[in-house]
Design a protein around this ligand. Structure first.
Ligand SMILES: [Zn+2]
Length: 195
C-alpha cells in the first residue's frame, strides 16, 4: 500500500463549485498562479475573491472582477500554507475554455491548484514543498492522476492563459514530486494513460 501523509490543509469558505459529471474521473491536475492585485502578495483578496466577498472598490484592478465567480480546489500561499476552497470530488471553476489531449471542459475531470504568484517572479521554496507534497498525496488518492498528467493552465488554454508562467520551475517541481512518490512507494500505472 502507498503511504503518504496528508498535507496540512485548511478548509476555507467558498460556494463557487458544483458537481462533476463523473466524480470517479479525476485524471488531470492544473497548476495556476494568482495574485490580487496582480504581483502583490500576502493580501486577503484571493480568499475574499473565492469566497465571493471581494470588495471591488478596494483596488482599481478589482473593478473587472465584479460578478466573476471562479475558484480552485486549493491555493498555496507564499508561506506554503495550503488553503482548500473546493472538495476534490467536486468541480471547481478554474480552467475555463480548455483542452487536454483532445478533451475539452477540463474542469470536469481536473483538480486546480493556484500558487499565489505571478508569471515572472520566482515562487517560494515553501510553495514548491507544499505543492509537491499535495500533488504526491493526490496522485496516491486518485488512480487517474499521474505525474505526467500535471499541466500548467497555459498548456490547456494556450493563447488565452500564461500561468503558471516562465518563473515556475517545472524541473525542480518534478524532482521534488518524484522524491515524495519514491518515499511513498508509489508504483506508476503500467499503461501510463487511462484517458
Ligand atoms: Zn490559471
Amino acid at each position: 500500500m502507498v503511504k503518504v501523509t496528508a498535507p496540512e490543509i485548511v478548509v476555507r469558505p467558498c460556494s463557487h463549485f458544483d458537481d462533476r459529471p463523473d466524480p470517479s474521473d479525476i485524471s488531470l491536475l492544473v497548476i495556476h498562479n494568482i495574485s490580487l492585485p496582480p504581483a502583490t502578495f500576502n493580501t486577503p483578496y484571493i480568499d475574499d475573491f473565492f469566497a465571493g466577498r471581494l470588495n471591488c472598490q478596494a483596488h482599481p484592478y478589482f473593478a473587472g472582477l465584479a460578478g466573476v465567480r471562479v475558484s480552485a480546489h486549493c491555493v498555496i500561499y507564499r508561506d506554503g500554507r495550503i488553503w482548500q476552497y473546493v472538495p476534490f470530488v467536486q468541480r471547481a471553476w478554474h480552467a475555463g475554455l480548455s483542452l487536454f489531449n483532445g478533451r475539452d471542459k477540463c474542469n470536469d475531470f481536473s483538480i486546480g491548484i493556484e500558487l499565489e504568484g505571478v508569471d515572472d517572479v520566482p515562487f517560494t521554496e515553501s510553495q514548491y514543498q507544499a505543492l509537491s507534497s499535495v500533488c504526491a498525496w493526490l496522485i496516491c488518492q486518485f488512480p487517474g492522476l499521474t505525474p505526467e498528467r500535471i499541466v500548467g493552465h497555459s498548456d490547456i488554454a494556450p493563447g488565452r492563459k500564461t500561468d503558471p508562467g516562465p518563473a515556475f520551475n517545472w524541473t525542480y517541481f518534478h524532482q521534488l514530486l518524484a522524491q515524495q512518490l519514491i518515499a511513498a512507494g508509489y508504483n506508476p500505472p503500467v499503461t501510463g494513460d487511462t484517458a
